[in-house]
Design a protein around this ligand. Structure first.
Ligand code: ZN
Length: 334
């Protein structure tokens, strides 16, 4: 084994030996270094762009050079090109990236919006105006950034439903939902996460439609092929929470069988619904920070005091938990 190989292994071992606090701190430090390096790389790409070095090296574009010569994926290359070009006009952007206040995805969203605004009504922002715009996006998520940009540039709201039949007889559908309609759909998606894993909105809509047709006509409809054929169509959306018990057994499926044994009554569906409505998301809490998970995906009902240790189905002993945290708690015994 060469010395480099030995070094790699010892590095891995040192990570494996870190405490949770050390591991968290280590990742924070390294991601900080990564952001500094990203800023530096953007400066280098900006210089390559200005010198048109890629042309000298027989690449038709900076994008072609970054993907074929440097090895970036198409998305990574485009985000870096967008960011490097904006960085030249607004040097302060580099500090925002280093501090983690803005990310390359957001900068790419800005550049895309600027291109659209220019095309739409020839809107051109001065570098000072771009700096002000970037300030408004500090610490915002991707969807928040999208909303702010749409409002800033007054992009028209498209309400028309577009439907196009494609050569394989599939239909391309483009539609607009209000904020409230989207919230309802997202809620349905979360409640259906057991029956329609993966969170594909097409599968959610098809699943709901199939259930409605069956409910009204009594006959099933076959919508195959789906993008992911995994739905169990006879499962009640609100009643999909599985009764999860912890400790003792290696198999949660077995635990479920035990919990429905004659002297261990299963949890009533009405109680499951009540807990899901009461909690509105996973109740797993980081004891040190107080952060609550809040996810509604793969919602399960957790017994605070486990069933095997005498815990009851009383509502005070029940809480909603996402499958990932329920399994984590089961494994860790926390
Ligand atoms: Zn959770």
């Amino acid at each position: 084994m060469n010395s480099q190989g030995v070094k790699e292994i010892s590095k891995d071992l040192s990570i494996a030996k870190m405490s949770n606090d050390e591991l968290h701190g280590h990742l924070k430090n390294k991601s900080c270094e990564e952001r500094k390096l990203t800023h530096h790389i953007l400066q280098v790409i900006a210089e390559v762009d200005q010198r048109k070095l890629y042309l000298r090296m027989a690449h038709p574009s900076l994008f072609d050079y970054l993907t074929k010569e440097i090895g970036y994926s198409a998305g990574s290359a485009q985000r870096r090109i967008d960011s490097a070009r904006l960085l030249r006009q607004v040097p302060d952007l580099g500090n925002k990236i280093e501090e983690g206040k803005l990310n390359l995805g957001q900068v790419s969203q800005v550049q895309k919006a600027l291109r659209l605004a220019r095309k739409q009504d020839n809107t051109q922002l001065l570098p000072s105006e771009k700096k002000v715009l970037l300030e408004k996006l500090v610490n915002k998520s991707g969807p928040e950034t999208e909303l702010i940009l749409a409002q800033e540039f007054d992009f028209p709201v498209e309400a028309e439903v577009k439907q196009k039949i494609q050569k394989d007889c599939s239909v391309r559908l483009e539609l607009t939902l209000s904020q409230g309609q989207m919230q309802v759909l997202e809620r349905a998606k979360a409640l259906l996460s057991h029956a329609v894993p993966g969170g594909n909105l097409v599968d959610v809509i098809v699943h709901l439609s199939e259930r409605y047709v069956k409910q009204r006509t009594g006959s099933s409809v076959n919508s195959k092929p789906k993008s992911s054929e995994t739905a169990t169509t006879n499962t009640e959306a609100n009643a999909t929470a599985t009764v999860a018990t912890k400790g003792g057994g290696e198999d949660k499926g077995k635990e479920k069988v035990v919990s429905s044994h004659r002297d261990q009554k299963p949890l009533e569906t009405s109680m499951k619904k009540m807990i899901l409505n009461r909690d509105q998301g996973c109740q797993f809490t980081d004891r040190r920070t107080g952060k609550i998970c809040g996810s509604s995906y793969f919602a399960e009902i957790d017994h605070v005091h486990p069933r095997f240790a005498g815990g009851t189905h009383e509502k005070e002993n029940l809480r909603q938990m996402c499958r990932a945290h329920n399994q984590f708690r089961y494994k860790e015994g926390c």
